[in-house]
Each structure stands twice: as structure tokens, then as C-alpha cells.
Write a protein that binds this ligand. Structure first.
Ligand code: ZN
Length: 382
């Protein structure tokens, strides 16, 4: 009996969007990770006694959560005299000699005023800081403003897309003024709505996926911080699971030739250098076999990154596999390269089939398209 599996659509849809969100690029600081973990923590913490998860959280609650999350990061790391950088912005570009994400800077300053002991806990520091509760209140308001100013409105933007409010709705715009928020924080005006309204099913799905998402977010966060600080930590993962270890150089010239020296994705002419791209991204399935490799511009390859390609590319990819089956097999034979066309297409079929109806697939540059499932299913049919 054939069984057509029907996974829980809300959770899958959310997971798929989050996978895209967690990818490289986008933010110049680690804020998106802090906001995501903050949201997950608050969904857990605010679940009612009868088990009903929250449908709303406030920017103030999120700010306190973000302070808590960054607190341990604000102590010196290892032998370093200071805390780790969590931004890519170089001192040159700010012109201020700052090399730290603003939110972290504020927390570090608060920590320094409160306690010289790098291991001091947040509650202890709050109790010890000279100015008492007012100093913490000031910090919380400032962080709340910083979150409103930037990460909250940027979190739901993937690539160069329009904002897609798949996690939460909110009532303010980018034009909101600090003075408006300040007045609301001090209770002197109601001109600012600090609620983040969680979309239906989101809090339940975040709780359900917590065990999977949390380690994934922690790992991405740690890897980003490692790269921002030039640390060696990612090398073990690269050694065990990375795609860089096997040089794709031997097949590069032959793939170019097969594609008439044109980029697989944009059809533009390939210059002196080009990349070999994994059509089904390495992050989804480790497959170096010849059918999964295409030659592309360095830039197209970089923009595609870990995203799945749109229907048009899938159609072209399948066409190449059938049209050039003989040539691909020949390249594999000559270079002693792996070639398992059936397996490669099975994997693509499995991955694309299970994508939610509103999955966005990479088209070009910063452009994404909603999945054209019928077209893809046809293209990937046996
Ligand atoms: Zn290109």
C-alpha cells in the first residue's frame, strides 16, 4: 500500500523558513540568533498552567531575554583580554574605532560598572551596580530600543526579499522614533505598541521544534562568532563534514566545457575563474557526484549559497542530466569521479517534494520565487 506522508505543515513550514533564515549572510551581527532564542525561551516560559502557549510577547520581555542571553558572552574569552566580537563591522567603516555590536557594548559597560568579576551572574550584578535598579532599567530600555530599531524588523527578511512576517506581526514601522519609544517606556504616552503578535501556530511550533532548533541555532551562532574572531573552532566541523576537503578542480574544466563556458544559473559567459556548485546544497545532502555539480560564476554560486534552486533551474538541471548523460559518465570515468545519477535525483525528489507550499527557492542574485511544485515534480519524475 502506498502511503503519502503528510507532515505537520505548520511546523514544517516554520522549520523551512528558519533554515533559510539561519543561513549565512544577511546580518552583520549575531542579533538574529539572540532574537530567535529569545522568542523560543519566551514561548516556553509564558506557556500557561493549562499548557496554552503565548500568542503575544512584548519588546520589553524580549529585551530582558536578550540581555540574559548575551550576559555570559560579555566576559573575556579564554586568554583574550576582552569579550568576543559579535559583529563584522570593521572599526574603519564606523570611523569610531568600535569593533563590537552595540547591544553587547552596552551590556559590557553595565557589567564593568557593576562588578569586576567576569563570572558574576546577571542577578548579582544587578544587585551590586552602584546606581541600583535604575541602572538596569536604563540598560533594559536601551536594549529594547536597539531591538526595535533593527533586528525585530529585519529578522523576517530573507535575502533581498520583502519582509515576510511568518513569525510575528507588529504595529510599528522603521520610522518609529526613539523619543516615542522612550515616552512609552516611561509611561508618559501610549503612542507606541510594544507587542509582537505571534502568528497562529508559531509558539506551539517553536516549542515543538525547540529540541531540534536550539542546538542548530547555538551552533550557527558559535560558528559565526568564531569566524568574526578568527578562531579555529570551525576547523573540526569542516574536517568531519565539510565539502571543501575534496577538491572539485579536476572536474571544473570539463563541466565548463559541457556548459559551453556559460554559468549554469544565469547563462552569462564564465571568465577566467569559476566555481563548481553543488546543485542540491551540501548542507542538505553531502553529494559530490558528477550529476550534482554545475559550473557557475563565483558570484552566482555565492548568492545561491545553501539555498535550494528554483523550478527553472531544476528543469534545466534535469535536462542537462539526460542530454549529457553520456558526457557526464565519461567525465566520471576519466577522472575516476563518483557518478550516481539515480541517487542524486532521488535525493532532490525527496527534498523538493517535502517542501511547504510557500517555500521560497533561489532564482538569481537576491531574488527568490515561491515553489512551483507541479513543474518541479514533473522535472524530477523518474
Ligand atoms: Zn552566473
Amino acid at each position: 500500500m502506498a502511503v503519502d506522508p503528510e507532515p505537520d505543515r505548520t511546523a514544517i513550514r516554520l522549520a523551512e523558513r528558519l533554515i533559510q533564515l539561519l543561513g549565512r549572510g544577511g546580518f552583520t551581527a549575531t542579533y538574529k540568533y539572540a532574537v530567535l532564542i529569545g522568542l523560543m525561551d519566551l514561548c516556553l516560559e509564558l506557556t500557561s498552567a493549562t499548557g496554552v502557549p503565548p500568542d503575544m510577547i512584548t519588546t520589553r520581555q524580549l529585551a530582558e531575554k536578550v540581555i540574559e542571553l548575551y550576559w555570559p558572552h560579555c566576559a573575556p574569552y579564554g586568554d583574550m583580554p576582552r569579550e568576543l566580537r559579535q559583529t563584522r563591522v570593521s572599526p574603519k567603516s564606523t570611523g569610531k574605532g568600535e569593533t563590537q555590536a552595540e547591544i553587547i557594548q552596552h551590556i559590557v559597560e553595565f557589567r564593568r560598572r557593576a562588578d569586576r568579576n567576569p563570572a558574576a551572574s546577571l542577578p548579582l550584578s544587578r544587585a551590586r551596580v552602584a546606581a541600583g535598579p535604575e541602572a538596569y532599567e536604563k540598560l533594559a530600555r536601551l536594549i529594547e530600543w536597539k531591538l526595535i530599531e533593527m533586528p525585530i524588523s529585519r529578522l523576517q527578511i530573507i535575502g533581498g526579499e520583502e519582509e515576510d512576517r511568518f513569525l510575528y506581526e507588529y504595529g510599528f514601522t522603521k520610522a518609529v522614533l526613539k523619543s516615542t519609544v522612550n515616552a512609552a517606556q516611561q509611561g508618559t504616552s501610549h503612542g507606541f505598541d510594544n507587542r509582537l503578535l505571534l502568528k497562529p501556530g508559531v509558539s506551539a511550533a517553536l516549542i515543538a521544534l525547540n529540541g531540534i532548533l536550539r542546538p542548530l541555532i547555538y551552533r550557527n551562532w558559535a560558528l559565526l562568532v568564531a569566524s568574526m574572531n578568527g578562531l579555529k573552532e570551525p576547523s573540526l566541523e569542516e574536517f568531519l563534514f565539510g565539502s571543501e576537503r575534496i577538491s572539485l578542480d579536476p572536474v571544473r574544466p570539463r563541466l565548463r566545457e559541457l556548459q559551453d563556458n556559460r554559468c549554469f544559473y544565469c547563462d552569462g559567459g564564465l571568465g577566467a575563474t569559476c566555481h563548481v556548485d553543488h546543485f542540491v546544497p551540501w548542507s542538505r545532502h553531502a553529494d559530490n557526484s558528477i550529476d550534482n555539480l554545475v559550473a557557475a560564476h563565483d558570484d552566482c554560486n555565492g548568492k545561491k549559497s545553501d539555498y535550494l534552486a528554483a523550478a527553472e533551474h531544476v528543469v534545466r538541471w534535469r535536462a542537462r542530466s539526460s542530454r549529457c548523460a553520456g558526457d557526464l559518465a565519461e567525465i566520471a570515468r576519466k577522472e575516476a569521479w563518483e557518478s550516481r545519477p539515480e541517487r542524486t535525483v532521488s535525493v532532490a525528489r525527496a527534498i523538493y517534494r517535502m517542501l511547504p507550499d510557500d517555500a521560497r527557492l533561489w532564482m538569481s542574485g537576491q531574488r527568490f520565487l515561491v515553489i512551483d511544485r507541479p513543474r518541479i515534480v514533473r522535472a524530477l519524475a523518474a
